[in-house]
Every structure is written in structure tokens, then in C-alpha cells.
Design a protein around this ligand. Structure first.
Ligand SMILES: [Mn+2]
Length: 242
């Protein structure tokens, strides 16, 4: 009945399979994927198909899915064309997505059969914006990037998707007194840029960051570094070995 979280897989299929092997996911366990499955890394579709095999893997939306899914739908429908040379004035959403590492996603998505592309799109449109869970008596909020425009009394459905998938916390600060927020999006290699100095908190690049009721599990798989997972029951950490 363990509950795990992993984030920012970014097409790193081998690293994801290694994490699945390490956590030995049982049918009674749950694994939350906190967004950014696609882009940058080489095999995002293989990651999706593996996730789709497991009903107990629950995906959340990342900014890369938000940027990509509309373009993927239009590419699939033949309403958008990309041959490797975008004109910047032609389609701004595609241009922005390409700027964020879309090439391997487009290549592997368009190489699929039309049926498989439909399956991928349906799966992506089911991704959730956030999750609230209790594990072992402790309350958690799971989200991709942060809680933009945070107020302690603001209900989670009142946050916009942009606030949830793009806006970073001050990593030296705290959201809630009584809930721990688990998130990704900002590789721990870059955390020092998003912390006020003198926080008294320790950042180890490439390792999970434990702040004040705030845990960042993006350890830089998108840049070829570690894919990390955490078990929320006891905060045990897992790191890819490949
Ligand atoms: Mn992200």
C-alpha cells in the first residue's frame, strides 16, 4: 500500500524502468508522476506506453504536456506541419514548445500508428492538475511546479493551470503549516537561483531537496542527470542507476 512520486521523466525511458524496478511497484501501491513526461529525452512515447500499462500510475500535468498536447493533436490531425524548420511567425505555440525540447516528442509521436497516437492523446487529456492525499496520517499536495499566487485559504481547484505548472516557489519559504507539498519542475541543480540567501537549508544538486513542508524531487533527468522517486510513507529516496 505504499505511495510513491516521481517527476520530470523527460523521455528517459531507461531511467524510468530502473526506478520502477527499484520501487518494485505492487498492484496495491500507487505511483504519482508529477508531470513533464515528454521533451528533451529520447523516448517519451515508450514512457507513456509503460505508464499506461499500470492503472496505479497516476499522471499529473506538467508545463511540457500543457505546451505539447495541443500541437500533438493538430499534428496528428494534419492541421499542423513540422519538418524540422519552423518559421517563427507561423505557429507561436509550436515555436515555444520546440524551444523547450519538443523535437524527440514530435519525432516519436508521429512515428506511431494513428491508433496509438489517439491512445496517447486520450491518455494525456486525462492528466490531473494536482492531487491531495493522506499517507500514514500526513497530508500531501502533489503538483508539478508550485502554487502560484499562493494563499493558505485558497482551495486547490481555484489555482489556474498556469499557476500550478509554471510558477516556482521560493524554495527557502513555506506554503502550508500542516501539509507537505511535493513537486518537481525545477532541477535541484538550479535551486540556488530560486532561494533567498541565508535560508539555513541544504541543497545538494542532483538529490531530492527537503525544504519547509516542501519537497522537490526533480533531480535533473531532463538534463541527463538523476531520475528520483520518493516513498511518501517514510520519505525513502530512490535514484536512477543508469
Ligand atoms: Mn516542468
Amino acid at each position: 500500500m505504499a505511495v510513491y512520486a516521481v517527476s520530470d521523466i523527460h523521455g528517459q525511458y531507461e531511467k524510468f524502468m530502473d526506478i520502477l524496478e527499484q520501487i518494485d511497484l505492487k498492484e496495491t501501491d500507487t505511483l504519482y508522476v508529477l508531470g513533464d513526461v515528454i521533451d528533451r529525452g529520447p523516448e517519451p512515447m515508450k514512457v507513456f506506453f509503460e505508464m499506461m500499462k499500470h492503472k496505479n500510475i497516476i499522471p499529473l500535468i506538467g508545463n511540457h504536456e500543457l505546451m505539447g498536447v495541443g500541437c500533438m493533436k493538430r499534428l496528428h490531425e494534419g492541421k499542423l506541419h513540422y519538418d524540422g524548420f519552423p518559421a517563427m511567425h507561423e505557429d507561436l505555440s509550436l515555436f515555444e514548445w520546440l524551444h523547450n525540447g519538443a523535437d524527440p516528442t514530435i519525432e516519436t509521436f508521429m512515428a506511431l500508428s494513428a491508433d496509438d497516437r489517439e491512445r496517447i492523446l486520450s491518455y494525456m487529456y486525462e492528466f490531473r492538475p494536482f492531487e491531495e492525499i493522506n499517507v500514514g496520517g500526513r497530508d500531501f499536495v502533489l503538483v508539478h511546479a508550485g502554487l502560484g499566487g499562493f494563499r493558505p485559504d485558497k482551495e486547490l481547484p481555484d489555482y489556474s493551470l498556469m499557476e500550478l505548472v509554471w510558477e516556482r516557489p521560493d524554495f527557502a519559504g513555506k506554503y502550508y503549516d500542516d501539509r507537505t507539498v511535493i513537486l518537481g519542475h525545477t532541477p535541484t541543480q538550479y535551486l540556488h537561483m530560486f532561494m533567498k540567501p541565508g535560508s539555513g537549508l541544504t541543497v545538494v544538486p542532483g538529490r531530492i531537496f527537503h525544504g519547509r513542508n516542501l519537497v522537490n524531487i526533480d533531480c535533473g533527468a531532463g538534463r541527463g542527470d538523476n531520475l528520483a522517486a520518493i516513498r511518501l510513507d517514510d520519505m525513502k529516496e530512490y535514484y536512477s542507476r543508469v
